[in-house]
Write a protein that binds this ligand. Structure first.
Ligand SMILES: Nc1ncnc2c1ncn2[C@@H]1O[C@H](COP(=O)(O)OP(=O)(O)O)[C@@H](O)[C@H]1O
Ligand SMILES: [Mg+2]
Ligand SMILES: [Zn+2]
Length: 397
């Protein structure tokens, strides 16, 4: 078990040995914290919600017949969390991505792929202003983008540096503190801090830039300090550290920075460095940066957010954080629609749409739709069988 936490707070071996003895860790006073042990022993759990949210409005798809879909009619509720379940190959992605998402996206006036075969899209479409398909693909295309630039937190940090006495004396503006445009950045590496050398018969290699020694900026820029830190020192801080550092004063510009960084902390990414390159993020991390950007946009009109297997690569403890993020999107007036196998997610749904019963040709039908309790009492549903155990195990919380 590697941990205890992520990023800077991880990297230690917490436990190695027989799985049956890991649970003892939670009982040993002073032992390192192991989330794995705590979830295994049941001391930490993802609770079953006490109540299911009620819904009235919905989007309806009728006569979907792409791939293995057997002319199905499905109702997708609005304003709640719906989980689409079913064995691999049962038709979940075809129904949700190829039919529902594409049809809705076109209907809302956006370009994009033509929807797969269905007879009708109807329901309370006017209640939605947008639909977003959230995948695990990398954020931003530039090799210089990072979570802080994606959430526009770095713009606010650059403004703060431009407002310092030192910057004013030298005539530096906010754009001189950018590593994305000419001005203050190191021109040898174009602000990347690294040089990529193309090798003819081998993989490219990267080496630190000799000009700036990996610090990404020209010497004059690095001499400008805000409370003892230069712009490179800030890029080296984790999100958590930066929130702490900028929170030590109560300036308005510092508050703006914190407001932009906070959503990243809320989705559990506080351990990432401000300057960490987007291309180094894992799929799950990319997905959560996107989630964070949805929170940052408070004026966003009601949106349907669709996730295809968002828990891929996540630990129980990450899943708990993810579930809180979904709840928050719903409390902001949005709709969350998830394709998922993970029972801890399914048991928290307000509504479950179970596809199947099998994969391939023997699938493509709607087995049952309803609350997790209703699905659990459906004998024809594989999901129901596992859900039954899960609900009886965790319902006392
Ligand atoms: N592009 C395609 N062409 C033909 N068949 C496909 C294509 N994509 C998926 N299928 C088939 O359709 C069925 C449903 O697939 P999919 O919707 O991806 O299932 P799920 O998301 O539930 O795992 C499977 O039998 C799959 O092999
Ligand atoms: Mg799929
Ligand atoms: Zn350089």
């Amino acid at each position: 078990d590697v941990g205890p936490d992520a990023g800077r707070l991880g990297g230690e071996i917490i436990f190695q040995g027989d799985p049956s003895s890991i649970e003892e860790l939670t009982e040993t006073p002073g032992a390192a914290i192991s989330y794995t042990a705590r979830y295994l022993s049941g001391r930490l759990t993802i609770p079953v919600p006490g109540t299911r949210r009620r819904w009235r409005d919905s989007i309806v798809i009728k006569g979907a017949r792409e791939h293995n879909l057997k002319d199905v009619d499905v109702t997708f509720p609005l304003g709640v969390m719906t989980v689409v379940t079913g064995v691999s190959g049962s038709g979940k992605s075809t129904l949700v991505r190829d039919v529902l998402y594409r049809a809705l996206n076109r209907k809302l006036g956006n370009p994009g792929d033509a929807p797969s075969y269905h007879r009708e899209l109807s329901g309370d479409i006017a209640r939605l202003s947008a639909v977003e398909f959230v995948d695990q693909n990398p954020i931003g295309k530039s090799t210089r983008s990072n979570p802080a630039t994606y959430l526009k937190a770095f713009d606010e940090i650059r403004k703060l540096f431009a407002s310092t006495q030192g910057a004013k004396q030298m005539g530096f503006t906010a754009s001189d503190f950018s590593f994305n445009s000419d001005g203050g950045r190191c021109e040898a590496c174009k602000g990347e801090g690294m040089i990529t050398i193309e090798m003819q018969f081998m993989a490219d290699i990267t080496v630190p830039c000799e000009e700036c020694h990996g610090k990404r900026y020209q010497k004059e820029i690095l001499e400008i300090e805000y409370r003892g830190k230069n712009i490179y020192d800030i890029l080296e801080m984790t999100i958590n550290q930066a929130i702490e550092f900028f929170g030590e004063t109560d300036g308005t510009q510092e508050k703006r920075i914190i407001k932009r960084l906070k959503p990243l902390q809320d989705v559990g990414l506080g351990y990432i460095k401000i300057g960490q390159n987007s291309s180094s993020l894992s799929g799950g991390e990319n997905q959560r940066v996107k989630l964070a950007s949805f929170f940052a946009d408070e004026s966003k009109q009601p949106t349907m957010y669709i996730f295809d297997e968002p828990t891929t690569g996540l630990h129980f403890n990450d899943i708990a954080t993810l579930m809180k993020s979904f709840d928050r999107l719903i409390s902001m007036g949005h709709t969350v629609l998830i394709i998922e196998h993970n029972m801890d997610v399914i048991k928290c749904a307000d509504h479950v749409i179970d596809m199947g019963p099998e994969g391939g040709d023997a699938g493509g039908s709607l087995v049952i739709a309803g609350t997790p309790e209703e699905v659990a009492s459906c004998p024809a549903s594989y999901t129901g069988k596992y859900l039954k155990e899960k609900l009886s195990a965790g319902s006392d919380i």
